[in-house]
Design a protein around this ligand. Sequence first.
Ligand code: CP3
Length: 371
Amino acid sequence: MDRGGRENLSREKPTREEPAAEPTARFLRACRRLPVDATPVWFMRQAGRYLPEYRAIRARHDLLEITRRPELAAEITLQPVEALGVDAAILFADILLPVVPLGFQLEFVKGEGPVIHNPVGGMDDVKRLRRVDVESDLGHVLEAVRLVRRALEDDGMPLIGFAGAPFTVASYLIEGGPSRDYLKTKRLMYTGCGQGNGAGAWDLLMGALAETLGEYLAAQIKAGAQAVQLFDSWVGVLSPGDYARYVLPYSRKVLERVRETGVPAIHFGTGTAALLSLMKSAGGEVIGLDWRVPLDAGWQTLGHQVAVQGNLDPAVLFSPMPVLREKVEDVLRRAGGTPGHIFNLGHGILPETPVENVRAVVEMVHEWVVR
Ligand code: CP3
């Protein structure tokens, strides 16, 4: 996948999707609620440890190193496209990469997940945030986007870019890693929100993240991403009132930046049954649903002016074939063939998932006809 480095890439004409043109790829058509020949399907975390070809690369390189080497990131992005027959590729990267140029020390610790060695405690830390120039600071990710787009161009296979939403990224920065109760995050949210006395630490942190993440997505789109997903994976820990007040304005800012580009955005979270209408109002042409809400009920709450993505429980991929089929068909039946359904899991593929079951789901989805 060595294509001669940066110089060649920067001379290339931009590969930006013309937003006005009606797309032909199933996935992009479904994002716009256009009719499709079969339901499109892809999987969150479709590139990862359940794939032997990913593990072979991981055995020789650590995660951050892979994301800093565009040719490796591109190769891994393409693995599930070849292995599974999915309808879209998702860039291999991580939602936490933009925090490095913001000034955070990020490490992925085996068995623990991401660790931030200098977490945010209060205003002093927020004031130390660096201003990010996405084109230079995250140029390695944008280069991976260009490489993948070029590799997929001939097949018309769409590439999804992504970022973490301000709340979910902030939660890692404040907690210093994964959390159960998000107590530190909520404490900063409740005390660091300016109550008429100017912006507090929360407002400044969320404002800086919204700005950076919006520009990061816009840069991925400019480099060739034809859709983007905003991952607000942990936002379900908030009440609707808190979401509306402390989070929605910042997610809206990110999604408005994407909207200016004309490229569709998928707005995803888990545990969001009570937040769906608010998430829709924050933005996104597609709303991601997890498995805790039946797809038809979720879509009804949202209204059919948005597309939906989801929502098989990732654990179902460990069940015997007849159960797997029953549950896949249940999701499809609830979507009812209405234009604007993208089949996916309700959250990412789990590391021990049998690859043949993932492949079987792709076939089931593609073969399914409304009855
Ligand atoms: O979906 C894809 O195939 C693209 C790649 C991708 C990764 N992370 C690579 C990765 C994507 C879309 C992400 C998003 C991400 N990262 C999210 C949002 C999605 C979600 O699952 O909620 C979150 C919360 C993170 C933060 C993160 N990165 C965690 C919590 C972990 C550790 C958990 C784990 O699975 O080990 C990571 C590490 C990570 N990011 C891995 C991968 C493939 C595992 C790394 C490894 O090989 O050891």
